[in-house]
Design a protein around this ligand. Structure first.
Ligand code: HEC
Ligand code: HEC
Length: 278
Protein backbone atom coordinates (compact mmCIF):
# COMPACT_ATOMS: atom_id res chain seq x y z
CA UNK A 1 0.00 0.00 0.00
CA UNK A 2 0.99 3.59 -0.40
CA UNK A 3 1.36 5.66 2.73
CA UNK A 4 -0.10 9.10 3.07
CA UNK A 5 3.24 10.84 3.11
CA UNK A 6 5.48 13.77 2.20
CA UNK A 7 4.61 17.24 3.26
CA UNK A 8 4.96 20.88 2.21
CA UNK A 9 7.59 21.57 -0.40
CA UNK A 10 8.38 17.96 -1.07
CA UNK A 11 4.80 17.29 -1.95
CA UNK A 12 4.19 16.02 -5.43
CA UNK A 13 1.80 18.13 -7.45
CA UNK A 14 -1.06 16.41 -9.16
CA UNK A 15 -2.06 18.87 -11.84
CA UNK A 16 -1.78 16.16 -14.47
CA UNK A 17 -5.23 15.06 -13.43
CA UNK A 18 -7.24 15.08 -16.62
CA UNK A 19 -10.46 13.88 -18.13
CA UNK A 20 -8.57 11.03 -19.73
CA UNK A 21 -7.23 9.85 -16.41
CA UNK A 22 -10.63 10.43 -14.93
CA UNK A 23 -12.20 7.76 -17.10
CA UNK A 24 -9.18 5.50 -17.36
CA UNK A 25 -8.89 4.96 -13.61
CA UNK A 26 -6.41 6.44 -11.22
CA UNK A 27 -2.72 6.37 -10.74
CA UNK A 28 -2.03 6.37 -7.00
CA UNK A 29 0.02 9.54 -7.29
CA UNK A 30 -2.93 11.81 -7.95
CA UNK A 31 -4.42 10.76 -4.65
CA UNK A 32 -1.38 10.37 -2.45
CA UNK A 33 -1.65 12.16 0.87
CA UNK A 34 0.43 14.69 2.71
CA UNK A 35 1.64 13.18 5.98
CA UNK A 36 5.22 13.10 7.05
CA UNK A 37 6.44 9.66 8.09
CA UNK A 38 6.28 10.78 11.71
CA UNK A 39 2.68 11.96 11.46
CA UNK A 40 1.72 8.74 9.78
CA UNK A 41 3.35 6.65 12.50
CA UNK A 42 1.43 8.55 15.18
CA UNK A 43 -1.90 7.79 13.54
CA UNK A 44 -0.87 4.18 13.21
CA UNK A 45 -0.41 3.85 16.95
CA UNK A 46 -3.96 4.94 17.70
CA UNK A 47 -5.79 2.15 15.92
CA UNK A 48 -5.38 -1.58 16.17
CA UNK A 49 -2.67 -2.73 13.83
CA UNK A 50 -4.99 -4.52 11.43
CA UNK A 51 -7.09 -1.42 10.81
CA UNK A 52 -4.47 1.26 10.39
CA UNK A 53 -3.88 0.86 6.70
CA UNK A 54 -7.58 0.88 5.92
CA UNK A 55 -8.31 4.03 7.90
CA UNK A 56 -5.31 6.20 7.00
CA UNK A 57 -3.61 4.57 4.04
CA UNK A 58 -4.06 4.84 0.28
CA UNK A 59 -4.25 1.76 -1.96
CA UNK A 60 -1.43 1.38 -4.51
CA UNK A 61 -4.00 1.49 -7.29
CA UNK A 62 -7.05 3.30 -5.93
CA UNK A 63 -10.31 2.34 -7.56
CA UNK A 64 -12.93 4.96 -8.35
CA UNK A 65 -15.08 3.53 -5.56
CA UNK A 66 -12.31 3.97 -3.02
CA UNK A 67 -11.62 7.52 -4.18
CA UNK A 68 -15.30 8.42 -3.84
CA UNK A 69 -15.75 6.85 -0.41
CA UNK A 70 -12.55 8.48 0.81
CA UNK A 71 -13.90 11.79 -0.53
CA UNK A 72 -17.17 11.10 1.27
CA UNK A 73 -15.35 10.59 4.57
CA UNK A 74 -13.47 13.86 4.06
CA UNK A 75 -16.79 15.62 3.33
CA UNK A 76 -18.15 14.16 6.57
CA UNK A 77 -15.22 15.11 8.81
CA UNK A 78 -11.84 15.69 7.21
CA UNK A 79 -10.26 16.35 10.62
CA UNK A 80 -11.15 12.88 11.87
CA UNK A 81 -10.44 11.24 8.52
CA UNK A 82 -6.91 12.66 8.55
CA UNK A 83 -6.51 12.76 12.33
CA UNK A 84 -5.51 16.42 12.43
CA UNK A 85 -6.61 19.23 14.73
CA UNK A 86 -9.19 21.50 13.15
CA UNK A 87 -9.10 25.32 13.33
CA UNK A 88 -10.29 26.74 16.65
CA UNK A 89 -11.85 29.76 15.03
CA UNK A 90 -15.33 29.51 13.61
CA UNK A 91 -15.38 29.36 9.81
CA UNK A 92 -15.68 32.93 8.42
CA UNK A 93 -18.58 31.87 6.18
CA UNK A 94 -20.59 30.42 9.07
CA UNK A 95 -23.36 32.97 9.83
CA UNK A 96 -22.80 34.89 13.09
CA UNK A 97 -26.55 34.65 13.68
CA UNK A 98 -26.19 30.93 14.41
CA UNK A 99 -24.27 30.66 17.68
CA UNK A 100 -25.30 27.05 18.26
CA UNK A 101 -22.34 25.81 16.22
CA UNK A 102 -18.84 27.19 16.45
CA UNK A 103 -15.19 26.27 16.13
CA UNK A 104 -13.85 23.23 14.27
CA UNK A 105 -17.23 21.70 13.48
CA UNK A 106 -18.09 24.71 11.30
CA UNK A 107 -15.22 23.62 9.01
CA UNK A 108 -16.87 20.29 8.13
CA UNK A 109 -18.44 20.33 4.65
CA UNK A 110 -21.53 18.62 6.01
CA UNK A 111 -22.09 21.37 8.60
CA UNK A 112 -22.86 23.89 5.85
CA UNK A 113 -24.01 21.66 2.98
CA UNK A 114 -25.81 18.90 4.87
CA UNK A 115 -26.03 15.10 4.98
CA UNK A 116 -28.52 15.37 2.12
CA UNK A 117 -26.11 17.64 0.19
CA UNK A 118 -28.93 20.16 -0.28
CA UNK A 119 -28.02 22.80 2.30
CA UNK A 120 -30.81 25.31 2.84
CA UNK A 121 -32.96 23.40 0.34
CA UNK A 122 -32.89 20.29 2.51
CA UNK A 123 -32.91 19.32 6.18
CA UNK A 124 -30.75 22.25 7.24
CA UNK A 125 -33.47 24.68 6.20
CA UNK A 126 -34.22 24.63 9.92
CA UNK A 127 -32.73 23.31 13.16
CA UNK A 128 -29.42 23.88 14.90
CA UNK A 129 -27.45 23.70 11.64
CA UNK A 130 -29.52 26.35 9.90
CA UNK A 131 -27.15 28.63 7.98
CA UNK A 132 -28.96 29.63 4.80
CA UNK A 133 -26.11 28.15 2.76
CA UNK A 134 -26.95 26.25 -0.43
CA UNK A 135 -26.25 22.65 -1.38
CA UNK A 136 -23.67 21.00 -3.64
CA UNK A 137 -25.90 18.77 -5.79
CA UNK A 138 -25.70 21.20 -8.73
CA UNK A 139 -22.02 20.22 -9.05
CA UNK A 140 -22.91 16.78 -10.36
CA UNK A 141 -20.67 15.98 -13.34
CA UNK A 142 -18.15 18.73 -12.67
CA UNK A 143 -14.45 18.04 -13.13
CA UNK A 144 -12.97 17.14 -9.72
CA UNK A 145 -10.16 19.60 -10.42
CA UNK A 146 -12.69 22.46 -10.15
CA UNK A 147 -13.00 21.71 -6.47
CA UNK A 148 -9.44 22.93 -5.87
CA UNK A 149 -10.30 26.51 -6.89
CA UNK A 150 -13.60 26.37 -5.01
CA UNK A 151 -12.14 25.16 -1.72
CA UNK A 152 -9.22 27.60 -1.83
CA UNK A 153 -11.48 30.60 -2.56
CA UNK A 154 -12.45 33.37 -0.13
CA UNK A 155 -15.69 31.66 0.76
CA UNK A 156 -14.04 28.41 1.81
CA UNK A 157 -10.43 29.21 2.78
CA UNK A 158 -9.15 25.66 3.07
CA UNK A 159 -5.35 25.84 3.04
CA UNK A 160 -3.24 23.00 1.69
CA UNK A 161 -2.18 22.25 5.27
CA UNK A 162 -5.79 21.38 6.03
CA UNK A 163 -6.65 19.61 2.78
CA UNK A 164 -3.99 18.88 0.17
CA UNK A 165 -4.88 19.11 -3.54
CA UNK A 166 -4.99 15.32 -3.54
CA UNK A 167 -7.55 15.26 -0.76
CA UNK A 168 -9.58 17.92 -2.54
CA UNK A 169 -9.60 15.83 -5.73
CA UNK A 170 -11.06 12.92 -3.77
CA UNK A 171 -13.77 15.23 -2.44
CA UNK A 172 -14.26 16.44 -6.01
CA UNK A 173 -14.83 12.89 -7.22
CA UNK A 174 -17.32 12.33 -4.42
CA UNK A 175 -19.23 15.51 -5.25
CA UNK A 176 -19.17 15.17 -9.02
CA UNK A 177 -19.95 11.45 -9.23
CA UNK A 178 -20.72 10.08 -5.78
CA UNK A 179 -23.75 11.92 -4.39
CA UNK A 180 -27.16 10.28 -4.06
CA UNK A 181 -30.59 11.91 -4.03
CA UNK A 182 -31.77 11.34 -0.46
CA UNK A 183 -35.34 12.44 -1.26
CA UNK A 184 -35.72 9.38 -3.48
CA UNK A 185 -35.17 7.08 -0.48
CA UNK A 186 -35.87 8.97 2.73
CA UNK A 187 -39.06 10.88 3.45
CA UNK A 188 -37.97 14.38 4.29
CA UNK A 189 -40.37 15.03 7.13
CA UNK A 190 -40.82 11.60 8.74
CA UNK A 191 -37.39 10.12 8.00
CA UNK A 192 -39.10 6.95 6.85
CA UNK A 193 -37.02 4.98 4.35
CA UNK A 194 -38.26 2.94 1.39
CA UNK A 195 -35.83 -0.01 1.45
CA UNK A 196 -36.60 -3.69 2.01
CA UNK A 197 -35.82 -4.52 5.65
CA UNK A 198 -35.57 -8.28 5.11
CA UNK A 199 -32.85 -7.79 2.51
CA UNK A 200 -31.10 -5.37 4.84
CA UNK A 201 -31.20 -7.95 7.64
CA UNK A 202 -29.35 -10.47 5.47
CA UNK A 203 -26.57 -8.00 4.94
CA UNK A 204 -26.49 -6.66 8.48
CA UNK A 205 -26.24 -10.10 10.07
CA UNK A 206 -23.43 -11.16 7.76
CA UNK A 207 -21.41 -7.96 7.55
CA UNK A 208 -22.23 -5.21 10.04
CA UNK A 209 -22.71 -7.59 12.96
CA UNK A 210 -18.98 -8.37 12.87
CA UNK A 211 -18.46 -5.17 14.79
CA UNK A 212 -21.91 -4.00 15.87
CA UNK A 213 -23.36 -7.34 17.03
CA UNK A 214 -26.63 -8.86 15.80
CA UNK A 215 -28.71 -6.28 17.69
CA UNK A 216 -26.42 -3.40 16.75
CA UNK A 217 -25.69 -2.75 20.42
CA UNK A 218 -22.10 -3.97 20.77
CA UNK A 219 -20.68 -0.57 19.85
CA UNK A 220 -22.00 2.35 21.87
CA UNK A 221 -20.83 5.92 21.21
CA UNK A 222 -23.31 7.51 23.57
CA UNK A 223 -23.24 7.92 27.36
CA UNK A 224 -24.47 5.75 30.25
CA UNK A 225 -27.76 7.62 30.33
CA UNK A 226 -28.17 7.93 26.61
CA UNK A 227 -26.67 5.08 24.66
CA UNK A 228 -26.10 5.56 20.93
CA UNK A 229 -26.37 2.39 18.90
CA UNK A 230 -26.79 1.77 15.20
CA UNK A 231 -30.56 1.72 15.77
CA UNK A 232 -30.49 5.00 17.70
CA UNK A 233 -28.60 6.81 14.97
CA UNK A 234 -30.55 5.33 12.06
CA UNK A 235 -33.79 6.59 13.56
CA UNK A 236 -32.47 9.97 14.68
CA UNK A 237 -30.71 10.82 11.44
CA UNK A 238 -31.19 8.44 8.50
CA UNK A 239 -29.55 10.97 6.12
CA UNK A 240 -26.32 10.86 8.09
CA UNK A 241 -26.40 7.10 8.45
CA UNK A 242 -26.97 6.52 4.73
CA UNK A 243 -23.93 8.68 4.05
CA UNK A 244 -21.87 6.61 6.50
CA UNK A 245 -23.10 3.26 5.18
CA UNK A 246 -22.00 4.35 1.70
CA UNK A 247 -18.68 5.91 2.66
CA UNK A 248 -17.65 4.58 6.07
CA UNK A 249 -17.03 6.49 9.27
CA UNK A 250 -13.99 8.84 9.30
CA UNK A 251 -11.20 7.81 11.65
CA UNK A 252 -12.78 4.40 12.36
CA UNK A 253 -12.35 0.93 10.87
CA UNK A 254 -15.89 0.84 9.53
CA UNK A 255 -16.64 -0.71 6.14
CA UNK A 256 -17.93 1.36 3.20
CA UNK A 257 -20.73 -0.20 1.13
CA UNK A 258 -19.99 2.12 -1.81
CA UNK A 259 -19.08 -0.68 -4.28
CA UNK A 260 -22.58 -2.16 -3.94
CA UNK A 261 -25.80 -0.62 -5.20
CA UNK A 262 -27.35 2.35 -3.47
CA UNK A 263 -30.50 0.27 -2.97
CA UNK A 264 -28.44 -2.21 -0.94
CA UNK A 265 -27.40 0.59 1.42
CA UNK A 266 -31.01 1.77 1.69
CA UNK A 267 -32.12 -1.79 2.55
CA UNK A 268 -29.52 -1.89 5.35
CA UNK A 269 -30.65 1.51 6.59
CA UNK A 270 -34.28 0.39 6.57
CA UNK A 271 -33.42 -2.71 8.59
CA UNK A 272 -31.29 -0.98 11.20
CA UNK A 273 -34.15 1.42 11.94
CA UNK A 274 -35.86 -1.63 13.49
CA UNK A 275 -32.94 -2.35 15.86
CA UNK A 276 -32.90 -1.26 19.54
CA UNK A 277 -32.52 2.45 20.15
CA UNK A 278 -31.83 2.14 23.88
C1 HEC B 1 -18.92 27.52 6.82
C2 HEC B 1 -19.73 27.08 5.72
C3 HEC B 1 -19.14 26.24 4.62
C4 HEC B 1 -18.36 25.12 4.73
C5 HEC B 1 -17.81 24.48 5.98
C6 HEC B 1 -18.18 24.62 3.41
N1 HEC B 1 -18.83 25.40 2.51
FE1 HEC B 1 -19.04 25.05 0.54
N2 HEC B 1 -20.07 26.80 0.30
C7 HEC B 1 -20.35 27.69 1.32
C8 HEC B 1 -20.97 28.87 0.76
C9 HEC B 1 -21.42 30.10 1.55
C10 HEC B 1 -21.06 28.67 -0.63
C11 HEC B 1 -21.57 29.68 -1.67
C12 HEC B 1 -22.91 29.50 -2.19
C13 HEC B 1 -23.99 29.07 -1.23
O1 HEC B 1 -24.45 29.84 -0.36
O2 HEC B 1 -24.37 27.92 -1.37
C14 HEC B 1 -20.50 27.34 -0.87
C15 HEC B 1 -20.48 26.71 -2.11
C16 HEC B 1 -19.95 25.45 -2.35
C17 HEC B 1 -19.98 24.76 -3.61
C18 HEC B 1 -20.62 25.27 -4.90
C19 HEC B 1 -19.65 26.11 -5.65
C20 HEC B 1 -20.21 26.63 -6.95
O3 HEC B 1 -19.37 27.08 -7.74
O4 HEC B 1 -21.42 26.58 -7.17
C21 HEC B 1 -19.33 23.57 -3.45
C22 HEC B 1 -19.09 22.50 -4.49
C23 HEC B 1 -18.90 23.51 -2.07
N3 HEC B 1 -19.30 24.66 -1.45
C24 HEC B 1 -18.21 22.44 -1.53
C25 HEC B 1 -17.77 22.40 -0.22
C26 HEC B 1 -16.94 21.34 0.31
C27 HEC B 1 -16.46 20.13 -0.45
C28 HEC B 1 -16.69 21.66 1.61
C29 HEC B 1 -15.81 20.92 2.62
C30 HEC B 1 -14.43 20.67 2.25
C31 HEC B 1 -17.39 22.90 1.89
N4 HEC B 1 -18.00 23.32 0.75
C32 HEC B 1 -17.44 23.49 3.12
C33 HEC B 1 -20.11 27.49 2.65
C34 HEC B 1 -19.41 26.43 3.19
C1 HEC C 1 -15.02 -3.52 11.06
C2 HEC C 1 -15.96 -3.03 12.02
C3 HEC C 1 -17.25 -2.41 11.52
C4 HEC C 1 -18.14 -2.92 10.60
C5 HEC C 1 -18.04 -4.21 9.82
C6 HEC C 1 -19.22 -1.96 10.55
N1 HEC C 1 -19.00 -0.92 11.41
FE1 HEC C 1 -20.24 0.62 11.82
N2 HEC C 1 -18.88 1.41 13.08
C7 HEC C 1 -17.71 0.82 13.44
C8 HEC C 1 -17.02 1.66 14.39
C9 HEC C 1 -15.68 1.36 15.03
C10 HEC C 1 -17.84 2.78 14.61
C11 HEC C 1 -17.56 3.96 15.55
C12 HEC C 1 -18.05 3.66 16.90
C13 HEC C 1 -17.73 4.78 17.86
O1 HEC C 1 -17.76 5.95 17.47
O2 HEC C 1 -17.46 4.48 19.02
C14 HEC C 1 -19.00 2.59 13.76
C15 HEC C 1 -20.06 3.48 13.70
C16 HEC C 1 -21.22 3.26 13.02
C17 HEC C 1 -22.37 4.13 13.02
C18 HEC C 1 -22.47 5.43 13.80
C19 HEC C 1 -21.88 6.56 13.10
C20 HEC C 1 -22.18 7.87 13.82
O3 HEC C 1 -23.14 8.49 13.44
O4 HEC C 1 -21.45 8.24 14.73
C21 HEC C 1 -23.32 3.54 12.25
C22 HEC C 1 -24.70 4.08 11.96
C23 HEC C 1 -22.78 2.30 11.74
N3 HEC C 1 -21.50 2.15 12.24
C24 HEC C 1 -23.45 1.41 10.91
C25 HEC C 1 -22.86 0.28 10.34
C26 HEC C 1 -23.52 -0.55 9.35
C27 HEC C 1 -24.93 -0.36 8.86
C28 HEC C 1 -22.62 -1.50 8.99
C29 HEC C 1 -22.77 -2.58 7.94
C30 HEC C 1 -22.93 -2.09 6.59
C31 HEC C 1 -21.42 -1.29 9.78
N4 HEC C 1 -21.60 -0.19 10.56
C32 HEC C 1 -20.30 -2.09 9.72
C33 HEC C 1 -17.21 -0.37 12.97
C34 HEC C 1 -17.81 -1.17 12.02
Amino acid sequence: MKREKTNGKEKKKSHQFSVCRFTAGFGGQAFAGTDTEEEYEKKQEKLGERHQEYVYGVPDVPTTDWVMSSGGRLYDNWMNALDIEGPEVTHPSWPASNTKKQGATTWRCKTCHGWDYKGVNGKYASGSYKSGIGGVTHMHGTTPQNMVAILRDDIHRYTSDMLSDEHVLRIGMFISRGLHDTDAYIDRSSGKTIGVASRGARIFQNICATCHGFQGTKLDWGSDDEPAFVGTEANANPWEVLHKIRNGHPGHEMVAMRPFSLETSVDILTYIRTLPEK
